[in-house]
Design a binder for this molecule. Structure first.
Ligand SMILES: [Zn+2]
Length: 138
């Protein structure tokens, strides 16, 4: 899959040992979720111990990529130079069909068209070092 790399000066997340499979999946266009191999509880964000049973055993599963907007806001303040060109921009919490919630952006629609409860589907944005899951209206 050819990447359409977007240049940015925004602060971009750096994968760590626990989250590397999430970012590897994102680079391949897959939304990966860490799940406890003992009790099945999802861990979002990825971490070494399960909040439900304290087990360290994990497995990674591919999410459907479908979810709904749980809440959102539109940022008008310019807190970082990397966001100047797209201010006002939205921040949203998307609840995945599988249950975990992601802080993300809604793309490919106007901020005024975003609504709580809106069905969305994952759409990755590829930056130089990582790809990030964002969501578009379904
Ligand atoms: Zn567990």
């Amino acid at each position: 899959m050819a990447l359409n790399v977007v240049a940015t000066t925004k602060p971009i997340p750096e994968p760590d040992e626990a989250s590397q499979p999430f970012f590897d999946g994102a680079r391949a266009g897959k939304l990966m979720l860490m799940r406890c191999a003992e009790c099945g509880e999802f861990r979002m964000p990825a971490r070494m111990h399960c909040d439900a049973c304290l087990a360290t055993a994990t497995e990674w599963v591919e999410a459907s990529g479908r979810g709904t907007v749980r809440t959102f806001g539109v940022m008008h303040q310019k807190y970082h130079a990397g966001f100047l060109e797209e201010t006002p921009y939205n921040l949203a919490v998307v609840e995945l069909e599988e249950g975990p919630r992601l802080v993300t952006n809604i793309v490919e629609t106007a901020n005024a068209a975003i609504a709580v409860g809106m069905p969305v589907t994952v759409a990755f944005t590829d930056y130089e070092d990582v790809s990030l899951p964002k969501f578009r209206p379904a």
